[in-house]
Design a protein around this ligand. Structure first.
Ligand code: NAP
Length: 520
């Protein structure tokens, strides 16, 4: 039997009492490790994190907590090789794709370490200026942000076992809030190993970081009014979490990052052969194949002027045709596996459903795999679909196939394109490609209310841009509507979720005494 990974709760490594769930190499089918959370004292674990971890973290200043984050980043950096090996085995990703998760996570913590430094030797934050409440200036209201005295529970998706942990943990720990992470079972190994390295390095105060691998059963029942829960995953699980009594009755604050039918738009006026056209083509092919399309921000719908439809299909297809798919251990392979059989089946089903309303423009799914047995490996080549009936083909605006699949959509004019994009009902990101600054600006503004991020690419930023799907810690991550309505990252804005706002109404003399220490 493979090794059973221990959980870390109440500052102890404890293995579950059950047989556990096996984690598997999605390319070779080899059994790797097992995870199990049965028999854990969850109430004790949450209580310890709140009491011991919360108190210790809140006793530190933002600058001190930022220094902890910098040390965490350093420890993770020192162990990168082990993380790459786990990602290769458990996620079946090529090196560049593993980097997005592993180095993306380390970069995000390092960014928050630097941001935290700017907050200086404070233990709470002022929110705006004091405002007088009456005619006399002596009695005023000052808003504060103080760390919540609860625990932050993270329930994460399988596609980012590293980044998904650290993009949430960095702002939580910087805020002074202890973390309990429950990674998705399929890829829990990397999360568990990273937590182990950080614990072994003795960086964080006791109780500050815990990891529970395996079933989520009973976790939400532990949540109390000042706790927060941050979830990334499917809309179905999000709905279960939203309807749990912890949220509906105990007002536990919840952040949801769910699925999203993201768009890329070529502005009217930028014809085939233009720089903007080429930039769109390149980015669409990249987004479809990075992490085998298993990115919540990946481009799912590609909008082009109707006159450019055929040229775009040909150009994107030509790029996709160069993508070698199979065993990531083979150096010629550019795209590895989906995470497991269940995801492969789900992608195949989703593709079949979309194909009832869309044509096949590039069929990567029927191409042979490199160095991988198609009967075992969870690999599938990239597939570009297209529709000539964007108004009638409702499924393309509604079904997220979480794999290397996108649909090309022709539009008549800009209002038509914007109306079609809105049928995604709120997304994490839309990218717009064009050369006319005025058109790009008004298009971006029109998309802003329904997208957490609008990524605008004109030829002048071609070499500088950070990519449609790359989530940068400086910018907001999250989206309204079906994307879950969540907000993560966005620089120091991320700290809001882990703080409580309170209005202090008092004499200016008292308010003077609650001023935080000056910043750095
Ligand atoms: P999922 O099945 O909803 O699982 C997500 C997490 O929820 C896992 O840790 C899972 O644990 C846990 N979970 C399952 N049932 C639960 C329950 N009843 N109560 C509490 N937790 C429960 O999603 P997934 O298939 O892993 O992830 C794919 C989806 O995530 C895609 O739709 C994608 O768009 C979305 N996603 C969104 C973002 C974003 O930032 N917006 C990022 C990545 C992915 P187990 O693994 O143990 O079942």
């Amino acid at each position: 039997m493979s090794e059973l990974l221990p959980n870390y709760v109440a500052d102890q490594w404890i293995t579950g009492s059950g047989a556990g769930t096996g984690l598997v190499d999605p390319v070779t089918g080899e059994a790797l490790v097992r995870v199990d959370a049965q028999g854990l004292d969850l109430a004790g674990a949450f209580d310890h994190a709140r009491r011991v971890g919360g108190q210790a973290l809140r006793a530190l200043t933002y600058r001190q907590r930022a220094a902890l984050l910098a040390s965490v980043a350093k420890t993770l950096q020192a162990n990168r090789d082990a993380y790459y090996a786990i990602a290769l085995a458990n996620s079946g990703t090529v090196k560049n794709d593993s980097a997005i998760d592993i180095d993306g996570g380390i970069y995000t913590i390092s960014t928050y370490a630097k941001l935290g430094e700017t907050l200086g030797d404070r233990t709470f934050l002022l929110d705006g200026e004091a405002t007088r409440l009456g005619k006399e200036p002596l009695f005023q209201s000052q808003h504060l942000q103080v760390p919540t005295r609860g625990v932050a529970l993270f329930i994460n998706a399988f596609n980012f076992p590293s980044w998904g942990l650290w993009e949430k943990a960095a702002p939580a720990l910087l805020s002074g809030v202890p973390v309990i992470v429950k990674p998705a079972t399929a890829t829990a190994w990397l999360t568990q190993r990273m937590v182990k390295d950080v614990i072994d390095a003795g960086i964080l105060p006791p109780g500050a970081l815990s990891v529970i691998c395996g079933s989520s059963a009973g976790l939400l029942d532990q949540l109390r009014p000042f706790d927060v829960v941050s979830f990334t995953g499917s809309a179905e699980t999000a709905a279960t979490i939203r309807s749990h009594p912890a949220v509906t009755q105990r007002s536990v604050r919840v952040n949801i990052e769910a699925d999203s039918i993201n768009s890329a738009l070529l502005a009217p006026g930028d014809a085939p052969g233009s720089e903007a056209f080429d930039l769109l083509v390149k980015e669409v092919a990249r987004e479809m194949t990075v992490k085998s399309g298993q990115k919540c921000t990946a481009i799912r719908r590609v909008f082009v002027p109707a006159a450019s439809y055929d040229a775009a299909a040909q150009a994107i297809g030509a790029r996709l045709a160069k993508t070698t798919v199979g065993n990531p251990r083979n150096e010629t392979v550019r795209m590895g596996a989906l995470v497991n059989r269940a995801q492969l089946n789900s992608v195949r089903e989703g593709l079949a459903t979309l194909r009832t309303q869309a044509d096949l423009l590039h069929d990567g799914a029927s191409r042979p795999l490199v160095d991988a047995d198609p009967a075992i490996a969870c690999c599938v080549g990239p597939t570009l679909l297209g529709t000539r009936d964007p108004d009638g083909a409702d499924r393309i605006h509604d079904i997220e196939v979480f794999g290397p699949v996108a649909t090309l959509v022709p539009y008549r004019d800009l209002p038509h394109a914007l109306e079609l994009i809105r049928r995604g009902q709120g997304s994490l990101v839309a990218s717009v490609y064009g050369s006319d600054a005025a058109t790009l600006a008004c298009t971006a503004l029109d998309l802003a209310d329904s997208h957490g991020r609008v990524h605008v690419i004109s030829p002048d930023v071609a070499a500088l841009q950070t990519g449609h799907g790359n989530v940068m810690p400086q910018s907001l991550h999250g989206g309204p509507g079906r994307a879950g309505g969540g907000e993560e990252l966005g620089g120091l804005r991320a700290l809001n979720f882990y703080h409580r706002r309170s209005a202090l109404q008092a004499s200016t003399t008292v308010l003077h005494d609650v001023q935080p220490a000056p910043s750095a």
